[in-house]
Design a protein around this ligand. Sequence first.
Ligand SMILES: *[C@@H]1O[C@H](CO)[C@@H](O)[C@H](O)[C@H]1NC(C)=O
Length: 505
Amino acid sequence: MPSARSLAFSLLAAAAVSSAADAASDVTQLTKATFDEFIASNDLVLAEFFAPWCGHCKALAPEYEEAATTLKEKDIKLAKIDCTEETELCQSYDVEGYPTLKVFRGKDSHAPYTGARKAGAITSYMIKQSLPAVSILTADTLEEFKTADKIVLVAYIDASDKASNESYTKIAEKYRDSYLFGGVNDAAVAEAEGVTAPAIVLYKQFDEGKATFTDKFEEEAVISFAKTASTPLMGEVGPETYSGYMAAGIPLAYIFAETPEERTELGDALKPIAEKFRGKINFATIDAKAFGAHAGNLNLPTDKFPAFAIQETVKNQKFPFDSEKEITHDTILSFVEDFAAGKIEPSLKSEPIPESQEGAVTVVVGKTYEQIVLDDTKDVLIEFYAPWCGHCKALAPKYEDLASLYTNSEFKDKVVIAKVDATANDVPDEIQGFPTIKLYPAGSKGEPVTYKGSRTVEDLIKFVKENGKYQASVSEKKEEETPVAPAATESTSSEAAKESDHDEL
Ligand SMILES: *[C@@H]1O[C@H](CO)[C@@H](O)[C@H](O)[C@H]1NC(C)=O
């Protein structure tokens, strides 16, 4: 038994250790008892809801510490809440995954943090949050503002031009998470910059350094200008930039290469093409060593680099460049020109067309999708599955039973029960999980209905009857039905990418 004295001593020592750890950290750990007071007494707080066992939280920790230290001098506070201890507090903020980051402006105003989980990104995001949506600049403050972030926007507006002022302020308030907005209402400063009000100049620390917008200040035009001008002429696809490229609304041209030298060399060689198609097609290099598997998603071989492909990001069509051909300025220019002119067919990944249909379930492949699924004379129920998906395997025998009920009925020419291996075939549908089951009713192929019920033969029959054009009603052979679990789906990625989508492209 330790003596009272040595116990007191070890408690003291422990207290000393923990306060030393606290002193070393600029992140404040909060509990239910301290949370409200902390949020109320600090104008702007970024709070991380975490669990000690969570891998992404551990990866974030040093970045979060670094950001907290940088932001301390701006009086922006970073806090963390251990949700394994503060269950109630975390529940009250609807925390569902870890880490969850929220920006608080007092107790009643919080918004999700939507930036990257890196010190630089957190710092820049929170500084933007701390400023008024538009920073009013003078000749003295303009220069510093131009480099306050990688990209900044500055509007030059006449003091009397209320309309431009108002729309610019509105745009800034809406997009403050994405860009830093400044404003100048001094005609002399505008003149010194060589612009005539009203105009917006985007200053950037890459490519040509700035771009100017002189159209009417309307949200769509301004934001489309900002997007185009802030995308590097030759960017890099990676976990931090990928979603931006996918959301850009224009195709993305990938240059896969294994070494940084090769990426620079090819990037430079193709830059004039990127320049020519600026605002119409984004161009970016991608590290083929780290993300070579992504080449497979673009229907390129995954072991032959360098490689080039264009992805139409809206329709998700893929246009791989012939991997047997050499990548040069001229070969790529003619490929991109043909693509832009609509002369290239998208590549379609497909298993071979089956010579005969073995079972009652019709097997669909990429090449037969349109012909079978979009056949306007038939109600087509299709299951999108993956070979490794356990729920799909469990469904298979019931699905086969279901199909034979129709093939043995008066509806055999009207209802098709089909399946497609969505990992081996390109399908136009966006599949969120496996299995996904949809009905494409005859006569309204543009409005497929997604099945959300339990995966029993009985409920599937009801679904086809209720949503199909032919209201096909078949009856199940009366057998003992085993009870089934609610309809769970598996992630479309075989890896459990549950904590974050950022690990893979
Ligand atoms: C917009 O109008 C406000 C209110 O009159 C003014 O304070 C601000 O300086 C103006 N902004 C610009 C960029 O001119």
